[in-house]
Write a protein that binds this ligand. Sequence first.
Ligand code: 5GP
Ligand code: ZN
Length: 139
Amino acid sequence: MSHNCIFCKIIKGEIPCTKIYEDPEVLAFMDIGPVVKGHTLVIPKAHHNPLMDTPPEILQKLITVVQTIARAQKKGLEADGVNVSQANGAAAGQVVPHIHFHVIPRFTTDGFHGNWIPKKYDSLGEMQDYADRIRKALD
Ligand code: 5GP
Ligand code: ZN
């Protein structure tokens, strides 16, 4: 754990989040600033950063959960596609220095062209509704 890390605080329950999936090593939860609604983050419960210094066995667990979430977004949200993105270092656009994968559901009409503009949910209820639909479609 890293004391000033936002994602470590989420794991410890000190900052609330809308969970999608959890196991002993990995947590998936809704991004509060979705580039497309349904945008989910997948993180290890142990603090690692960046990708280059993360143990391969942790990466294997993360990418397996990324696949599970991507499948659930396709099924539960009826997404037309899914983007997976991961940044390392401020120069790459990383803001939170705890390794994470962005899993972003894509719709033919979503207007996202790689321009990283965080959106807002209309309400907490709307975010929870997206989360429910993804969660119910988990394998
Ligand atoms: P990065 O730019 O580091 O790749 O992405 C960090 C992501 O974390 C951003 O998409 C941002 O919206 C999200 N984020 C930052 N703080 C919080 C938070 O407190 N809760 C949640 N759920 N997401 C957060
Ligand atoms: Zn951390």
